[in-house]
Design a protein around this ligand. Sequence first.
Ligand code: ADP
Ligand code: MG
Length: 222
Amino acid sequence: METILQAENIERCYTIGKTTLNVLKGVSLEIKAGETVAIMGESGSGKSTLLHVLGGLDTPKAGSVHFMGKSVYGMSAARRARFRAQNTGFVFQSFHLLPELDILENVALPAMTQRSTGNAKERAAELLKEVGLGERIGHRPQELSGGEQQRVALARALMNEPDLIFADEPTGNLDSKTGDKVLHYLFQLAVGRGHTLVLVTHNETVAARCSRQLLLKDGLLI
Ligand code: ADP
Ligand code: MG
């Protein structure tokens, strides 16, 4: 299968005052199109940092990330922003929805620069139906439960039909029953349609649903 994302020798550190924390010490990985990859590791091991680097959100100190053969950090910032918008979808632990917008607008937002507004809203409504929120379209995020908000975030991540979906502990703020429902939709919609998924999780049962499991430990992937 085709390699969709390749990371080589990624290094990332954080410097606060005189202290430098080396979080990623030379991480390499290759992800094939259609794969589902779970990244596990203790809290603070650098999972979120790695996901951000892979998704074009955070420039590493050293190393490279290639998306379909193109260097993500070799691109201009504008081109990289387009890569993020067109080719990636992110689901974060804490939903990150905009409280001023209703959920239809939240889901449609990533497409507003690319499609006509009418088409974007139609597709957003379709996605909300698919995550079981068709009846809630005019509601604001704060009128929904945590699990429902995360399903909105999932619909938003799928809006532009991204090649790659990154989910960073998407059920970390949810109780297990609510979390299971979010995962059901994540696997059904993201994986069922052949998107590639990179999922950070603490939960071994969840990780086992992915086709490959990786462990981040002491700044390296095992
Ligand atoms: P994980 O997602 O595995 O819990 P993170 O990638 O969030 O880990 O963080 C890895 C380490 O880097 C942690 O020790 C964290 O405190 C530190 N860290 C993360 N982001 C920053 C930042 N912006 N500034 C300084 N330290 C950070
Ligand atoms: Mg994290």
